[in-house]
Design a protein around this ligand. Structure first.
Ligand code: EPU
Length: 417
């Protein structure tokens, strides 16, 4: 992707559906033989991978203009193979629904990833608490339910896990009896999944709080559901607006999902307006001041906005501290930002940024999804032209980013997809 920096951005950006809500929603279609119609699914690579995975398992997957219509398999091949899991770790989201509905799931072990080790041990201990036996052979994890199906149980998470909570929620909805989750993830994506499951006939209470109660039901049915807007895409465009002169209007979002991000950006001097709960407006900022952030589980500052916020802090006066507490290795963007002229030092899980720095365009390499977004933002603020390599990382999670940026006046082109 080639980006010419320093141009004002003005106009309206329409936010797409949340990738991280759409992925578990697609996995949830495995819980019924009924037809589930999902809209607001973003056109990104990870979603296409999940759709391929559902089709391999045996579901009938029909792509529509704004989403998918899925009819679950009656005779599934309950396996998530290595070639799909290695490109998308969220493939492990099929463990819970397959074990819950069909009594058996085989998922390739995910292995390492650019932002840290990312084990799935809590998914597995949770499944055991619901009665499954877990085995491992030739790189695959196999979960097998007892003859009568999974049974309700008590699961206390060592720490909140987003996909772990989602995976086990999907396992528990068809288990016999009551399940209780303690220290569950409270992210909006978990709530959206619970909303979908409830429409399918599940009985869930407390999604969005630390404790979730599930009363198992014998079966679920088809339904229709619209995915929530992507709060991380929203935050990314807020930073784009702040870093460039002009004014961006961001539509189709949910302000309530971004409270901490908006609060930190305002503390840094960004002027963010909100004419209604679904719209945000941001002016280019010339007088940013350094503020600190520490990433935390929701409702704290999201780790998925850490890299983008760091791009913003390179343009703020003073010294800011960015502390990453969710993943152990999520500073891959720092070396590339430094190559563009940023003054950043890392010590353990803390990055110290001194600004403002005049960034200049360079050849840079994307290492993961949010790191790529950070480099696009740095490039928009930089003098000269940046070439971002390996943009497949960006395309995993941002819907039509080049088009959306061009529509508000950025000079962005995809030279080689
Ligand atoms: N963890 C374990 N054991 C587990 C599960 C998680 O130790 O069994 C650890 C992780 O290594 C991490 C922490 O717990 O240190 C929290 O990880 P979590 O499980 O919440 O992350 P995730 O579910 O794998 C989702 C998003 C990520 C996002 C994180 C945190 C999806 C598909 N992915 O991952 O999104 O960063 O929650 O909010 O929902 C992205 O979109 O770029 C992305 C990486």
């Amino acid at each position: 992707m080639r980006i010419e920096g320093g141009r004002p951005l003005s106009g309206t950006v329409q936010i797409s559906g949340a990738k991280n809500a759409a992925l578990p929603a697609l996995a949830a279609t495995l819980l019924t033989e009924g037809q589930v119609t999902l809209s607001g699914i973003p056109p990104v690579a990870d979603i296409r991978t999940m759709a391929r995975l559902l089709a391999r398992i045996g579901a009938a997957v029909e792509e529509r203009s704004d989403g998918y219509r899925v009819r679950g398999a009656s005779e599934p091949e309950p396996t998530a193979p290595y070639d799909l899991v290695k490109t998308m770790r969220a493939s492990s989201l099929v463990l819970g629904p397959l074990a819950g509905h069909y009594g058996r799931a085989r998922v390739s072990l995910p292995g390492g990833c650019a932002i840290g080790a990312r084990p799935i041990d809590m998914h597995l201990t949770g499944l055991k608490a619901l009665g499954a036996s877990i085995g491992q052979e030739r790189g695959y994890i196999e979960a097998v339910a007892p003859r009568g199906g999974l049974v309700g149980g008590r699961i206390r998470f060592r720490r909140p896990t987003v996909t772990g909570t989602e995976d086990l929620l999907m396992a528990a909805v068809l288990a016999k009896g009551e399940s209780v989750f303690e220290n569950a993830a409270r992210e909006p994506e978990v709530v959206d999944l619970a909303d979908l499951l409830t429409k399918m006939g599940a009985r869930i209470e407390g999604a969005g709080t630390r404790t979730i109660h599930v009363e198992g039901v014998p079966s679920l049915h088809g339904t229709e559901h619209r995915i929530i807007p992507d709060r991380i895409e929203t935050g990314t465009y807020l930073v784009a607006g702040a870093l460039t002169a002009g004014r961006l209007t961001i539509r189709g979002t949910r302000r309530e999902h971004l409270e901490r991000v908006i609060e930190r950006m305002r503390a840094a001097g960004c002027r963010i307006g909100s004419p209604d709960a679904n719209t945000l407006e941001i002016d280019g900022c010339t007088d940013l001041t350094a503020v600190d952030i520490t990433t935390r589980e929701h409702p704290g500052f999201p780790t998925d906005m850490q890299a983008q916020f760091m791009a913003l802090m390179t343009q703020a006066s003073g010294t800011s501290k960015v502390v990453e507490t969710v993943f152990e290795n999520r500073f891959m963007h720092v070396l590339e930002l430094q190559r563009m002229g940023a003054d950043i030092r890392i010590s353990g899980n803390t990055a110290v940024i001194r600004g403002p720095a005049q960034l200049s365009g360079a050849q840079v390499m994307a290492s993961d999804l949010r790191a790529s977004a950070c480099l696009v933002l740095g490039a928009l603020a930089a003098r000269g032209t940046t070439t971002l390599h390996r943009i497949y990382h960006l395309q995993r999670g941002y819907a039509n980013m080049a088009e959306k940026l061009r529509a508000v006046g950025a000079r962005v082109e995809i030279v080689d997809a």
